[in-house]
Design a protein around this ligand. Structure first.
Ligand SMILES: *Cc1c(COP(=O)(O)O)cnc(C)c1O
Length: 373
């Protein structure tokens, strides 16, 4: 444990065509929210996820708000969201005036619990947001089934899961192509990045048309400066799309690297008692956004103690998200037991695509040092 060079949680790999494409925006002066890279990025992303339409946005949060707005979500409506997720999943529902209704998650998959969804459905429920947490797909087949029974829509929050897949009725589908719409984030630490950026995918043409209008101030596409509805400026720039396209060109390489990193961590840590990893489900293809695990006895340290050791050793790691119900805007006295357990015991480890075997070894050696027996 002598190596004290800072080991970060995430570093984007920008070694493909990023610089070349970005420079061509500068030299051509197409730096704003029109240009060839936006069209190319959207088209290629739609192909990648297997959807008909892909609509780029300024970030993943605006992507989700755009879908909810286009679906007409508003005051009096309820939308079911998992208690364990990044806060934007619930915030975007709140932006529309609707109420995010929390559901507990499952201990193994870390994603929304099906029984909880059933218990939380009311006469006001309009839809469900399924989150593919840390790159592992939620139980989409069951979620679609419940949604069908109650006439609800399903949005996939795939901000952490570009390229993940799941078997639906025996056929592999990519996340983002399963619900009425999917959203993705291109924030700096996500699977691919363009600094800040987002994407909505959908197979629904009406919804796609509505979102394009709402993204551009609600402007009538055939009548300049005429705005039949209140819209937003949620556009991506050509410069961001240039970086995004270059990233997308290499996504399969990134996903392979992530798979190898996850396998490396699992193999090195499988004998350490008290560590648990996200489920490995033969019907799902997780993309292991961040390699994550939970820690409990007989492991000798608590999650927070291990985090402190990592900090001393200049290794960056992150705790899991706080359950939504523990934070002021969504506060509830009720216990969401599984979300609370995972949030209290979960940790994310460095998992960027250029991490070396010896860097992984450095992390796992620190962990093993406090293994029991
Ligand atoms: C990152 C993230 C978002 C928001 O994406 P931004 O691009 O940061 O706005 C939404 N949901 C989840 C689950 C995320 O991880």
């Amino acid at each position: 444990m002598k190596n004290n060079k800072f080991l970060p949680l995430a570093i984007p790999d920008l070694s493909g065509n990023e610089e070349k494409y970005l420079n061509s925006c500068l030299t051509s002066s197409w730096i704003s929210s029109k240009g060839i890279y936006i069209d190319r990025f959207e088209k290629k992303f739609a192909e990648f996820t297997g959807t008909k339409y892909a609509i780029s946005t300024s970030n993943g949060t605006t992507a989700l708000h755009l879908v909810l707005s286009a679906l007409g979500c508003g005051p009096g409506d309820e939308v079911i969201v998992p208690d364990l997720t990044f806060v934007a999943t619930a915030n975007t529902v709140a932006y529309t005036g609707a109420k995010p209704v929390l559901a507990d998650v499952e201990r193994d998959s870390w994603s929304i619990n099906i029984g909880e969804i059933r218990r939380k459905i009311s006469g006001r429920t309009r839809g469900i947001i399924a989150v593919h947490l840390y790159g592992n797909p939620a139980e989409m087949e069951e979620i679609l089934q419940i949604a069908g029974e109650h006439n609800l829509w399903v949005i996939e929050d795939a901000a952490e899961a570009h390229g993940a897949g799941i078997k639906i009725a025996g056929r592999w589908k990519k996340v983002g192509s399963i619900g009425i719409a999917g959203i993705f984030s291109f924030y700096g630490n996500k699977i691919i990045t363009c600094g800040e950026g987002g994407m909505v995918t959908t197979g629904n043409r009406d919804l796609a048309e509505k979102m394009k209008i709402l993204r551009d101030h609600g402007q009538d596409p055939l009548k300049r400066y005429y705005h039949p509805v209140i819209g937003y400026n949620y556009r991506l720039t050509n410069m961001q799309a240039a970086i995004g396209l270059a990233q997308l060109e290499r996504i399969n390489h990134f996903l392979k690297a992530k798979e190898k990193i996850a396998a490396g961590y699992r193999q090195k840590l499988e004998r350490v008692k008290g560590l648990k990893f996200q489920e490995q489900n033969p019907g799902k293809k997780s993309v292991c956004w961040l390699f994550s695990m939970t820690i409990e006895p007989p492991y000798k340290l608590t999650r927070d103690q291990l985090m402190a050791v990592f900090e001393k050793n200049a290794v960056e790691c992150r705790p899991f998200f706080h359950p939504l119900h523990t934070m002021p805007p969504y506060h509830e006295k009720k216990a969401y037991k599984e979300a609370e357990f995972l949030a209290g015991h979960g940790i994310n480890l460095p998992s960027f695509v250029t991490i070396t075997d010896s860097q992984i070894e450095r992390v796992t050696e620190i962990i093993k040092h406090y293994a029991s027996n």
